[in-house]
Design a protein around this ligand. Structure first.
Ligand code: FEO
Ligand code: CA
Ligand code: CA
Ligand code: CA
Length: 661
């Protein structure tokens, strides 16, 4: 048996290889529906536009093209395409600047010492920008697009790139070089950051000593709310009432809300838990297995017993949630909103429904897992943001079933309905949300090709679902919504809610694009032929919809060896004759993935997150993993001895102006 070293991103993907969904639902078998994509060019783009108050007026943009119905529609992306490729630095389309705004180790909280990778400490890291920035949200101050708060997730740590002489530490290395102090640094490098940012003379900078500056870590005290708060399966020795927890883990993507809060989403929590040998004796052994817990990517559990499933059996239930944080109040206690369900959350793309209720779309990023949405009971009160403080605690969680004919159903995960009964193991709604995966299995949800980010286009009410790939789907497991066996490059689904109502329980869907190199017939990619050789991409992961209602896609999984290009940001047409045309705007340095695309409301700035720069090329796993001493790039500092640093980059137009308009 070969024991090739795995890059960290490969290691993180390894659990997905297991495909922990062994349920028998949606056994589509040999149904292979080759539906023709219905590119209904005549469908009204603006037929059901909502929340105009949250978006800049289209009148602000010059020369909108008239649509058939007479309404203004967004123009195509106006920029000169970047060339695809792979090298040690980042690149943006001609005419734009892409400036590093903040790097791992830069100061966040007052008193943070200057970054010194060779003398790092947990106390320093607790005040400095964390590792592996992922989601970015911009929250304007006083409605401004040149002054606001950036909220940033720090998903995970990579010991061999962060620490000198440590190299890869995993089970094979018996974590021999991981000391309690290195683990403490890792714990402080997780979580999130709140920074105040300002644009002056065209350039962004971090406001020093801001009263908003805050680090959230793996030890920040948080409150548990919603149906699982106080539940018997949430109680631990440290917290007998089951209403408090320390920290958030593996926060991947996220979102901001119309009332000015940050939703930050816990994803691969399985890797933090310890003691596989004890799993079969655990009272919820089957549930742990369904969530891939414990996966022992980190050995925190050897020093922090709450991560040992034998010592603290309920601690895993307290992770895997959407966390809501008020970034405008640095003293606020983050809240784990359990009504939204527990799984490997990618993000929390959302919209204000036409009836005023808040709807959050959610992907559970694992091979063969599901797409969810949550609909609040109450209406959002935009006039009084504080009135929405607990709106996410009451509502209905649904999971999606994609039918073969292009229709779909949202199935409610409500205790007492269908099979979600005590007789079948769900004593109450707390059980339903804590074990949302098994509840969704019972309802017959559709097993998807790793659902990542989901975003709503509020101008059209269409919903875009990034499905990154699923190389474990066999030919007899394909279905209309996941049509490729051994999908290496993923696809994007477009959902259209019935009647433009995001609370509706029925919808239509179609595939916007199957990804990969269109010049290789066997790949089966379906980009619009207008797409250039630089314009196609594989493995969509994050996405953003700009103020004009245009879709931008960020990728995770392109590399020189896989696709001849690094990850990046692609602009993807969704409407009209150009639908399915993609165009490269920005690309990352070697080893990195692209995260966090987020526009300021005026569309003059696109913030992006460059995650894990300096790793080895993903497919070159027979080579030694990149290390602190020998990374694949020293981006962005390019100084001998200084390791690569995950960083946020601000993209602006040279001389000012809106992006791609
Ligand atoms: Fe953290 Fe699904 O990517
Ligand atoms: Ca992601
Ligand atoms: Ca997004
Ligand atoms: Ca990713």
């Amino acid at each position: 048996m070969t024991t090739l070293p795995l890059s960290t991103s490969e290691r993180l993907k390894r659990s997905e290889d297991d495909g922990s969904n062994a349920s028998s639902n949606t056994s589509i078998g040999d149904i292979i529906a080759k539906r023709i994509s219905r590119r209904d060019l005549g469908r009204g783009l603006l037929a059901a536009s909502v929340v105009p108050a949250l978006l800049p007026s289209l009148d602000a943009f010059a020369n909108p093209a008239p649509a058939e119905n007479g309404a203004a529609v967004p123009r195509a992306f106006a920029f000169d395409e970047l060339s695809a490729g792979s090298d040690t630095t980042h690149h943006v389309a001609p005419g734009y600047d892409a400036d590093v705004l903040i790097r791992w180790g830069d100061a966040v909280e007052a008193g943070a010492p200057a970054f010194d990778a060779r003398a790092q400490s947990a106390a320093s890291q607790a005040k400095q920008f964390g590792y592996n920035n992922d989601f970015i949200g911009f929250l304007p101050i006083e409605g401004r697009s040149d002054h606001g708060l950036l909220v940033v997730n720090h998903e995970y740590t990579i010991e061999e790139l962060m620490f000198p002489t440590v190299e890869r530490q995993d089970k094979r290395a018996a974590f021999a070089k991981m000391t309690p102090e290195l683990i403490a640094i890792e714990m402080m490098a997780h979580g999130g950051s709140v920074i105040e940012v300002m644009r002056r003379d065209g350039k962004w900078h971090v406001v020093e000593n801001s009263r908003y500056a805050r680090r959230i870590t793996a030890e920040t005290e948080m409150r548990i709310s919603g149906p699982a708060a106080g539940h018997a399966k949430m109680q631990t020795r440290a917290n007998p009432d089951g209403r408090k927890v320390l920290g958030m883990l593996n926060n991947c993507s996220g979102a901001v809300t119309p009332w000015g809060t940050w939703l930050t989403c816990e994803e691969n929590i399985n890797g933090y838990f310890w003691n596989k040998a004890a799993r079969d004796q655990h009272p919820q052994a089957a549930a742990l297995k369904r969530y891939g817990i414990p996966d022992e990517w980190f050995n925190w559990g050897q020093y922090h017993k709450r991560f040992d499933i034998a010592a603290e059996p309920n601690e895993p239930h307290r992770f895997g949630w959407v966390v809501e944080i008020d970034p405008f109040d640095p003293a606020s206690v983050p809240v784990k909103r359990t009504a939204l369900g527990r799984f490997k959350h990618e993000g929390a793309g959302n919209t204000l429904n036409k009836d005023g209720r808040f709807v959050v779309y959610q992907g559970d990023d694992e091979r063969f897992d599901y797409v969810y949405k949550f609909v609040t009971d109450a209406k959002v009160d935009l006039a009084n943001p504080r009135a929405n403080a607990d709106i996410l605690d009451s509502g209905t969680l649904y999971v999606a079933r994609f039918l073969e004919d292009g229709r779909g159903l949202w199935l409610p995960l409500v205790h007492g309905r269908g099979q979600l009964t005590p007789a079948l193991g769900f004593a109450d709604q707390g059980d339903v949300v804590i074990f949302a995966r098994q509840a969704a299995d019972m309802l017959g949800a559709t097993k998807m090709d790793r659902p990542e980010d989901i975003e709503v286009n509020p101008r059209t009410n269409k919903v875009y679902v990034m499905l990154t790939k699923n190389d474990k789907r066999k030919a007899n497991q394909v279905d209309a919504a996941n049509p490729r066996a051994e999908s290496q490059f993923g696809h994007i689904i477009e959902i259209t809610p019935d009647d433009g109502d995001h609370a509706a329980t029925t919808f239509s869907w179609e595939i916007l694009v199957k990804c990969g190199d269109p010049s290789i017939a066997a790949v089966g990619a379906t980009f619009n032929p207008l797409t250039s050789k630089d314009g196609w991409f594989g493995t969509p992961d994050n996405c953003a919809v700009d103020a004009l209602g245009r879709l931008w896609v960020a990728t995770d999984g392109n590399s020189a060896s896989r696709t001849g290009r690094t990850d990046g940001i692609w602009a993807l047409e969704t409407d009209g004759a150009a639908r399915g045309t993609s165009k490269l705007f920005f690309r990352v340095p070697v080893g990195a993935e692209m995260c966090g695309p987020f526009f300021t409301p005026d569309m003059e700035t696109l913030f992006v997150a460059v995650q894990h720069p300096g790793e080895a090329d993903d497919d070159a796993s027979d080579a030694p993993p990149a290390t602190f001493e020998a990374p694949s790039t020293r981006w962005p500092d390019f100084k001998d001895g200084v390791p690569p640093r995950p960083s946020v980059v601000a993209i602006t137009r040279k001389g000012g102006g809106k992006i791609a308009v």
